[in-house]
Unconditional design. Structure first.
Length: 317
Protein backbone atom coordinates (compact mmCIF):
# COMPACT_ATOMS: atom_id res chain seq x y z
CA UNK A 1 0.00 0.00 0.00
CA UNK A 2 1.36 3.40 -0.99
CA UNK A 3 0.33 6.81 0.30
CA UNK A 4 -0.37 7.88 -3.30
CA UNK A 5 -3.08 5.21 -3.58
CA UNK A 6 -4.79 6.53 -0.47
CA UNK A 7 -4.56 10.09 -1.78
CA UNK A 8 -6.21 9.05 -5.05
CA UNK A 9 -9.00 7.16 -3.25
CA UNK A 10 -9.71 10.04 -0.85
CA UNK A 11 -9.88 12.46 -3.78
CA UNK A 12 -12.21 10.19 -5.77
CA UNK A 13 -14.46 10.09 -2.71
CA UNK A 14 -14.73 13.88 -2.98
CA UNK A 15 -14.98 14.25 -6.75
CA UNK A 16 -16.91 11.10 -7.66
CA UNK A 17 -14.77 10.89 -10.79
CA UNK A 18 -11.53 9.10 -11.62
CA UNK A 19 -10.89 11.44 -14.56
CA UNK A 20 -11.27 14.55 -12.38
CA UNK A 21 -8.91 13.11 -9.78
CA UNK A 22 -6.43 12.22 -12.53
CA UNK A 23 -6.42 15.82 -13.73
CA UNK A 24 -5.91 17.10 -10.19
CA UNK A 25 -2.89 14.86 -9.55
CA UNK A 26 -1.44 15.33 -13.09
CA UNK A 27 -1.70 11.67 -14.10
CA UNK A 28 -3.60 9.81 -16.80
CA UNK A 29 -6.99 8.36 -15.96
CA UNK A 30 -5.63 4.90 -16.72
CA UNK A 31 -2.77 5.33 -14.23
CA UNK A 32 -5.11 6.37 -11.40
CA UNK A 33 -7.58 3.59 -12.22
CA UNK A 34 -4.85 0.95 -12.22
CA UNK A 35 -3.49 2.28 -8.93
CA UNK A 36 -6.93 1.85 -7.31
CA UNK A 37 -7.30 -1.65 -8.78
CA UNK A 38 -3.91 -2.55 -7.31
CA UNK A 39 -5.11 -1.29 -3.92
CA UNK A 40 -8.28 -3.36 -4.26
CA UNK A 41 -6.22 -6.49 -4.98
CA UNK A 42 -4.01 -5.82 -1.97
CA UNK A 43 -6.95 -5.25 0.40
CA UNK A 44 -8.95 -8.11 -1.08
CA UNK A 45 -12.13 -6.12 -1.54
CA UNK A 46 -13.89 -3.90 -4.07
CA UNK A 47 -13.60 -0.19 -3.28
CA UNK A 48 -15.39 1.41 -6.24
CA UNK A 49 -18.56 0.78 -8.19
CA UNK A 50 -17.71 1.75 -11.77
CA UNK A 51 -20.33 2.75 -14.35
CA UNK A 52 -20.63 4.86 -17.50
CA UNK A 53 -21.94 7.77 -15.43
CA UNK A 54 -19.05 7.76 -12.96
CA UNK A 55 -17.92 5.96 -9.83
CA UNK A 56 -19.28 5.54 -6.32
CA UNK A 57 -17.63 4.06 -3.26
CA UNK A 58 -18.70 0.65 -2.02
CA UNK A 59 -19.40 0.34 1.72
CA UNK A 60 -15.85 -0.96 2.22
CA UNK A 61 -14.58 1.76 -0.08
CA UNK A 62 -16.25 4.36 2.14
CA UNK A 63 -14.61 2.89 5.24
CA UNK A 64 -11.23 2.81 3.50
CA UNK A 65 -11.59 6.39 2.25
CA UNK A 66 -12.42 7.66 5.75
CA UNK A 67 -9.36 5.99 7.25
CA UNK A 68 -7.27 7.10 4.26
CA UNK A 69 -8.17 10.75 4.93
CA UNK A 70 -6.94 10.43 8.51
CA UNK A 71 -3.75 8.66 7.39
CA UNK A 72 -3.04 11.38 4.80
CA UNK A 73 -3.39 14.07 7.46
CA UNK A 74 -0.93 12.20 9.68
CA UNK A 75 1.43 11.70 6.75
CA UNK A 76 1.62 15.43 6.03
CA UNK A 77 1.98 16.17 9.73
CA UNK A 78 4.95 13.80 9.81
CA UNK A 79 6.58 15.50 6.82
CA UNK A 80 6.07 18.88 8.44
CA UNK A 81 7.62 17.66 11.70
CA UNK A 82 10.59 16.13 9.88
CA UNK A 83 11.26 19.35 7.97
CA UNK A 84 11.71 21.09 11.35
CA UNK A 85 13.67 18.29 13.02
CA UNK A 86 16.83 20.35 13.54
CA UNK A 87 14.97 23.36 14.92
CA UNK A 88 12.47 22.41 17.59
CA UNK A 89 11.14 25.97 17.76
CA UNK A 90 8.82 26.65 14.85
CA UNK A 91 9.75 29.91 13.16
CA UNK A 92 6.98 32.47 13.29
CA UNK A 93 7.13 35.53 11.12
CA UNK A 94 7.69 36.81 7.61
CA UNK A 95 10.17 35.83 4.92
CA UNK A 96 10.85 38.23 2.04
CA UNK A 97 10.86 36.27 -1.22
CA UNK A 98 11.57 37.72 -4.66
CA UNK A 99 11.03 35.74 -7.86
CA UNK A 100 11.18 36.36 -11.59
CA UNK A 101 7.91 36.46 -13.58
CA UNK A 102 8.02 32.88 -14.90
CA UNK A 103 8.81 31.48 -11.45
CA UNK A 104 6.04 33.61 -9.98
CA UNK A 105 3.51 32.32 -12.53
CA UNK A 106 4.34 28.61 -12.57
CA UNK A 107 5.86 27.66 -9.22
CA UNK A 108 5.09 30.15 -6.46
CA UNK A 109 1.26 29.68 -6.33
CA UNK A 110 1.78 26.05 -5.33
CA UNK A 111 4.51 27.02 -2.86
CA UNK A 112 2.29 29.61 -1.20
CA UNK A 113 -0.59 27.11 -0.94
CA UNK A 114 1.73 24.53 0.66
CA UNK A 115 3.15 27.05 3.14
CA UNK A 116 -0.29 28.30 4.15
CA UNK A 117 -1.47 24.73 4.75
CA UNK A 118 1.55 23.22 6.52
CA UNK A 119 3.44 26.24 7.87
CA UNK A 120 0.73 28.80 8.61
CA UNK A 121 2.96 30.64 11.09
CA UNK A 122 5.30 31.62 8.24
CA UNK A 123 4.15 34.40 5.91
CA UNK A 124 5.78 34.83 2.51
CA UNK A 125 5.96 38.43 1.36
CA UNK A 126 6.28 38.05 -2.40
CA UNK A 127 7.84 40.42 -4.91
CA UNK A 128 7.86 39.84 -8.68
CA UNK A 129 10.80 41.35 -10.64
CA UNK A 130 13.11 40.54 -13.58
CA UNK A 131 16.03 38.11 -13.10
CA UNK A 132 18.77 40.71 -12.64
CA UNK A 133 16.73 42.51 -10.00
CA UNK A 134 16.20 39.27 -8.08
CA UNK A 135 19.93 38.96 -7.42
CA UNK A 136 20.34 42.71 -6.96
CA UNK A 137 17.67 42.70 -4.25
CA UNK A 138 19.45 39.86 -2.44
CA UNK A 139 22.82 41.64 -2.64
CA UNK A 140 21.29 44.87 -1.34
CA UNK A 141 19.43 42.98 1.41
CA UNK A 142 16.04 44.06 0.07
CA UNK A 143 14.94 40.43 0.04
CA UNK A 144 16.00 37.29 1.90
CA UNK A 145 15.39 34.61 -0.72
CA UNK A 146 15.37 34.91 -4.50
CA UNK A 147 14.25 32.45 -7.19
CA UNK A 148 15.01 33.06 -10.87
CA UNK A 149 15.82 31.43 -14.21
CA UNK A 150 19.15 31.78 -16.02
CA UNK A 151 20.00 30.04 -19.29
CA UNK A 152 23.16 28.00 -19.80
CA UNK A 153 24.39 30.88 -21.96
CA UNK A 154 24.38 33.15 -18.92
CA UNK A 155 26.54 31.09 -16.54
CA UNK A 156 29.48 33.47 -17.00
CA UNK A 157 27.28 36.27 -15.68
CA UNK A 158 26.49 34.22 -12.58
CA UNK A 159 30.19 33.43 -12.04
CA UNK A 160 30.98 37.14 -12.21
CA UNK A 161 28.30 37.87 -9.60
CA UNK A 162 29.77 35.25 -7.27
CA UNK A 163 33.23 36.75 -7.71
CA UNK A 164 32.01 40.27 -6.86
CA UNK A 165 29.94 39.12 -3.88
CA UNK A 166 31.76 36.29 -2.02
CA UNK A 167 28.86 35.67 0.41
CA UNK A 168 26.30 35.40 -2.39
CA UNK A 169 24.98 31.84 -2.68
CA UNK A 170 23.54 30.92 -6.11
CA UNK A 171 22.20 27.36 -5.89
CA UNK A 172 20.78 25.47 -8.86
CA UNK A 173 17.52 23.73 -7.98
CA UNK A 174 16.49 22.37 -11.37
CA UNK A 175 17.93 22.15 -14.88
CA UNK A 176 14.95 23.30 -16.92
CA UNK A 177 15.13 22.18 -20.56
CA UNK A 178 13.73 24.67 -23.07
CA UNK A 179 11.18 23.29 -25.52
CA UNK A 180 9.31 24.63 -28.54
CA UNK A 181 5.55 24.57 -27.99
CA UNK A 182 3.51 24.01 -31.16
CA UNK A 183 0.02 22.78 -31.94
CA UNK A 184 -0.51 19.04 -32.44
CA UNK A 185 -0.89 19.27 -36.23
CA UNK A 186 1.89 21.83 -36.68
CA UNK A 187 4.05 21.92 -39.79
CA UNK A 188 7.07 22.08 -37.48
CA UNK A 189 6.66 18.53 -36.20
CA UNK A 190 8.25 16.95 -39.27
CA UNK A 191 11.44 18.94 -38.62
CA UNK A 192 12.26 18.03 -35.01
CA UNK A 193 15.98 17.61 -35.64
CA UNK A 194 16.51 21.00 -37.26
CA UNK A 195 18.45 23.63 -35.31
CA UNK A 196 15.34 25.71 -35.76
CA UNK A 197 12.42 24.59 -37.93
CA UNK A 198 12.21 26.13 -41.38
CA UNK A 199 8.59 27.06 -41.86
CA UNK A 200 6.93 26.37 -45.21
CA UNK A 201 4.28 29.04 -44.70
CA UNK A 202 4.85 32.52 -46.10
CA UNK A 203 4.12 34.13 -42.75
CA UNK A 204 5.43 32.76 -39.46
CA UNK A 205 5.34 33.84 -35.82
CA UNK A 206 8.12 33.15 -33.34
CA UNK A 207 7.40 33.66 -29.63
CA UNK A 208 9.67 33.53 -26.59
CA UNK A 209 7.86 32.99 -23.30
CA UNK A 210 9.24 35.67 -21.02
CA UNK A 211 8.39 38.99 -19.43
CA UNK A 212 11.91 40.21 -20.24
CA UNK A 213 12.22 41.21 -23.90
CA UNK A 214 16.00 41.68 -23.74
CA UNK A 215 16.63 38.08 -22.65
CA UNK A 216 14.25 36.63 -25.23
CA UNK A 217 15.62 38.71 -28.09
CA UNK A 218 19.22 37.81 -27.20
CA UNK A 219 18.48 34.09 -26.99
CA UNK A 220 16.75 33.90 -30.35
CA UNK A 221 19.27 36.16 -32.09
CA UNK A 222 22.03 33.70 -31.22
CA UNK A 223 19.99 30.78 -32.55
CA UNK A 224 18.84 32.49 -35.72
CA UNK A 225 22.44 33.27 -36.68
CA UNK A 226 23.01 29.50 -37.09
CA UNK A 227 20.14 28.91 -39.50
CA UNK A 228 18.41 30.15 -42.60
CA UNK A 229 15.30 30.61 -40.52
CA UNK A 230 12.95 33.40 -41.58
CA UNK A 231 10.00 34.70 -39.62
CA UNK A 232 7.39 37.34 -40.11
CA UNK A 233 6.82 38.34 -36.49
CA UNK A 234 8.88 37.97 -33.31
CA UNK A 235 7.17 38.36 -29.96
CA UNK A 236 8.29 38.15 -26.34
CA UNK A 237 5.36 37.64 -24.01
CA UNK A 238 4.30 35.92 -20.80
CA UNK A 239 0.60 36.26 -21.64
CA UNK A 240 -0.48 32.60 -21.57
CA UNK A 241 -3.89 33.21 -23.16
CA UNK A 242 -2.32 35.18 -26.03
CA UNK A 243 0.34 32.53 -26.68
CA UNK A 244 -2.23 29.73 -26.66
CA UNK A 245 -4.30 31.63 -29.23
CA UNK A 246 -1.34 32.38 -31.51
CA UNK A 247 -0.02 28.81 -31.41
CA UNK A 248 -3.41 27.26 -32.18
CA UNK A 249 -4.74 29.84 -34.63
CA UNK A 250 -1.61 30.79 -36.57
CA UNK A 251 0.66 27.76 -36.11
CA UNK A 252 3.10 29.93 -34.15
CA UNK A 253 6.09 28.39 -32.39
CA UNK A 254 6.91 29.38 -28.81
CA UNK A 255 10.08 28.64 -26.84
CA UNK A 256 9.53 28.16 -23.13
CA UNK A 257 10.97 26.32 -20.12
CA UNK A 258 9.83 22.73 -19.72
CA UNK A 259 8.14 23.44 -16.38
CA UNK A 260 6.08 26.22 -17.97
CA UNK A 261 5.01 23.88 -20.77
CA UNK A 262 4.01 21.18 -18.30
CA UNK A 263 1.99 23.66 -16.25
CA UNK A 264 0.09 25.52 -18.96
CA UNK A 265 0.39 23.79 -22.36
CA UNK A 266 0.75 20.03 -21.79
CA UNK A 267 -2.58 18.95 -23.29
CA UNK A 268 -3.98 17.22 -26.35
CA UNK A 269 -3.92 20.49 -28.29
CA UNK A 270 -0.15 21.07 -28.05
CA UNK A 271 3.11 19.26 -28.62
CA UNK A 272 6.68 19.98 -27.49
CA UNK A 273 9.84 19.91 -29.62
CA UNK A 274 13.19 19.83 -27.77
CA UNK A 275 15.16 23.06 -28.13
CA UNK A 276 18.45 22.87 -30.10
CA UNK A 277 21.90 22.57 -28.54
CA UNK A 278 20.54 21.34 -25.19
CA UNK A 279 20.02 24.87 -23.94
CA UNK A 280 18.38 24.95 -20.53
CA UNK A 281 16.78 27.69 -18.48
CA UNK A 282 17.88 26.65 -15.01
CA UNK A 283 16.06 27.53 -11.80
CA UNK A 284 18.29 29.06 -9.12
CA UNK A 285 17.79 29.91 -5.47
CA UNK A 286 19.76 32.97 -4.32
CA UNK A 287 20.56 34.19 -0.81
CA UNK A 288 23.33 35.87 1.17
CA UNK A 289 25.22 33.27 3.22
CA UNK A 290 25.81 35.82 6.00
CA UNK A 291 22.03 36.28 6.34
CA UNK A 292 21.08 32.62 6.05
CA UNK A 293 18.55 31.26 8.53
CA UNK A 294 17.51 27.58 8.98
CA UNK A 295 13.88 28.38 8.21
CA UNK A 296 14.90 29.35 4.66
CA UNK A 297 15.17 25.59 4.03
CA UNK A 298 11.43 25.24 4.59
CA UNK A 299 10.72 27.57 1.66
CA UNK A 300 13.43 26.04 -0.55
CA UNK A 301 12.05 22.55 0.15
CA UNK A 302 8.56 23.79 -0.71
CA UNK A 303 9.86 25.04 -4.09
CA UNK A 304 11.57 21.70 -4.78
CA UNK A 305 8.38 19.89 -3.78
CA UNK A 306 6.35 21.98 -6.23
CA UNK A 307 8.83 21.19 -9.02
CA UNK A 308 8.38 17.46 -8.35
CA UNK A 309 4.62 17.98 -8.39
CA UNK A 310 4.78 19.71 -11.79
CA UNK A 311 7.05 16.98 -13.17
CA UNK A 312 4.39 14.36 -12.40
CA UNK A 313 2.54 15.75 -15.40
CA UNK A 314 4.01 13.61 -18.15
CA UNK A 315 5.67 15.56 -20.94
CA UNK A 316 4.61 14.37 -24.39
CA UNK A 317 6.73 15.09 -27.44
Amino acid sequence: MRIEQLIYLADIAQTGSISTTAQRVFLSQQAVSESIRSLERELGCKLLNRSKTGVTLTPKGQITAEHAAAMITQYHAMLSALSNEEDTTEFTGQILVTSSPMVTASIMPGVQHYMEKYHPAITLQMQNVFNDLVIKNVVEHKTELGFCYYTTMETAQLDALRARHPTLTIRKLYSNQIVHCVRKDSSYLSQKNAALPIIPEEKSIVIYFSADYTTGEKLFAQQLEKTAFHYDSFLVSDDIALIRDLVLRYDAICAMPELTYRMFFNSREYSAIPFPDNISDDLYCVYDADCYEPHFDIVISAVEREIRHILQKRLEY
